[in-house]
Design a protein. Structure first.
Length: 176
């Protein structure tokens, strides 16, 4: 009986970013690409690819999950969205979905984002992407989700602010 190797997560550097982005996107089905990019994406447009591979470690930081012999199986990224805030995106190749890779990546990404100075993560998830919504609730249970009419948005504080309970938090819990 063979056992599968465990995924290893590490910071993605600029030199490896093109190959990793290409490998992860190639491992996504049309449905997974739609859920990740919020639109049908048969092939990654050059401008979008250029954005995804432009990793500098602060304004745009990324983590990759890899398995020996399988290569990159997942990618989590933060993109500066404002003072202390970052947009977050996670993609796991179809063959490795629902095996804990997304949780591993999002957990590591939240810690890494805090280490590099972010205090808040923002996410936007299509309503039909229930798996990503569950993942966000599991990894970031203090996040405040809301439906903006098109997508489920969430904001999660990082660092000490994550453990401060506000009136907004209490009201949001009461109205759920």
């Amino acid at each position: 009986m063979t056992t599968l190797a465990e995924p290893v997560v590490h910071v993605l550097d600029r030199a490896d970013a093109p190959a990793v982005v290409d490998a992860v996107v190639a491992g996504l089905s049309p449905r997974s690409r739609y859920l990740r990019f919020h639109a049908p994406v048969p092939r990654l447009p050059a401008a979008l690819r250029a954005t995804l591979v432009d990793v500098d470690g602060s304004r745009h930081a990324a983590l990759v999950a890899e398995v020996a012999g399988a290569g990159p199986i997942g990618l989590a990224q933060v993109f500066r969205a404002g003072s202390g805030a970052a947009d977050v995106a996670v993609a796991v190749v179809d063959a490795w979905q629902r095996r804990g890779v997304g949780r591993l990546l999002l957990t590591a990404l939240a810690a890494h984002a805090e280490e590099i100075g972010y205090t808040e993560l923002h996410g936007s998830v299509l309503p039909e992407n229930e798996a990503m919504q569950r993942l966000a609730r599991r990894v970031l249970p203090w996040a405040r989700p809301w439906f903006d009419g098109e997508t489920v948005q969430f904001v999660a504080q990082l660092g000490p602010a994550a453990w401060t309970v506000t009136h907004e938090d209490l009201l949001a819990d009461l109205t759920r």
